[in-house]
Design a protein around this ligand. Sequence first.
Ligand code: SF4
Length: 457
Amino acid sequence: MKREASDRPPERAVYNPPVLGYTLFGMTQLELARKGSLSPQMEAVAQAEGVSVEFVCQGVAEGTIVIPANPAHKGLAPCGIGRGLRTKVNANIGTSPDWGTVETELEKLQAAIEAKADTVMDLSTGGDIRAIRRALLSHCPLPFGTVPIYQAGIEAISRHGAIVKMTADEIFEVIEEHARDGVDFITVHCGVTQRAIERLKREGRRTDVVSRGGSFLIGWILYHERENPLYEQYDRLLEIARKYDVTLSLGDGLRPGSLADASDRAQFEELLTIGELVERAWEAGVQVMVEGPGHLPLDQIEANVKLEKVTCKGAPFYVLGPLVTDVASGYDHISAAIGGALAAVAGADFLCYVTPSEHLSLPDAEDVRQGVIGARIAAHAADIVKGVKGAREWDEQMSQARQDLDWEKQIELSIDPRRASQIHSRFPSQGNGCSMCGKYCALKLVSNFLRSPLESV
Ligand code: SF4
């Protein structure tokens, strides 16, 4: 049966919430949901997903869905992440100390939006970090995330001469600055504790630590011989997150950076701590999700997802990749798409893209586009079998368009219409099919043969 375009999930609606105090109505989405109040953000998510607003509200109340939506983020189109919703894709952009300006990052932001990323994170560590964040945020209708510890560490170099000399107060001041600016979700590596570092040292690894934020905090803990301030003063962090309704993304500072280190004791020590911190966030009315690996062999992906879901009581799981081999340099977006599809089928809710330049260089706008498309293919492949509304129907429409040799429709339905169009028009074809088979197009031939076996080309 030919499907109509209305079977596809509707586009996100832009919603500009009124700002009353800091959080909307003085409550976070989680607190509103617990009271059974249906917020405009929940309505927007329900509409975008084609599900009932009550379903979204219940998921937010239970903590299995987050809606990262800082009321100070003007022009935000709210997006829900979690159980029962479409698998989401994040694009990391941002400068490094070696490369990047406001202009290059705005170009990457545009590439991410055009390729249909669901969220964007600014990981800038070079140039005027504050100005870059504010410029990106003001042009970004998608939920916008940051890693505030980068700014705290980098400012500590100019202020005190070393990253490890940043003070706890400075870390929290930067976090509040990001929240005040309208950042919707922040990565905070609260689970990197002294105990986890001890495990890391005792176990030994092939690649020690590949998380930048994790490395800053490990340096801080070792230098000061004190506990991670983000763990020790977690209530202070929760206060800020609640005040601005910033969603916490509990970072995996000890995620494996190679297959050899996957699922080791340091990684799980951190996850156990994160599980406790998830419950404390919920008690404080703060929305929270959990970040995960990294590099994982194919046969460990499902177990890692299930373990997070059990340990963190169903909190949304946000995975980086996972990369299923260490040797795909130049093609890590493909390695990540393989791992991402498997992780999403097992229950991961949110895929952080990986670009072809992973492990090699800062990505450019074309890398961003390829990274988003790769992760979207993984997410959609998983959504087909997760039973997400509209996912299967999209494929059925494409198959019908192929059967009909309706090229306009095929291009329109492609995950990357621009590339599909470029390739299709590369070589002209004599028939209605494409230049692959030309006049021997199987679809055309069989349709003719079924009418009359003697009918030929
Ligand atoms: S020409 Fe071949 S590849 Fe192209 S549409 Fe027809 S059957 Fe498919």
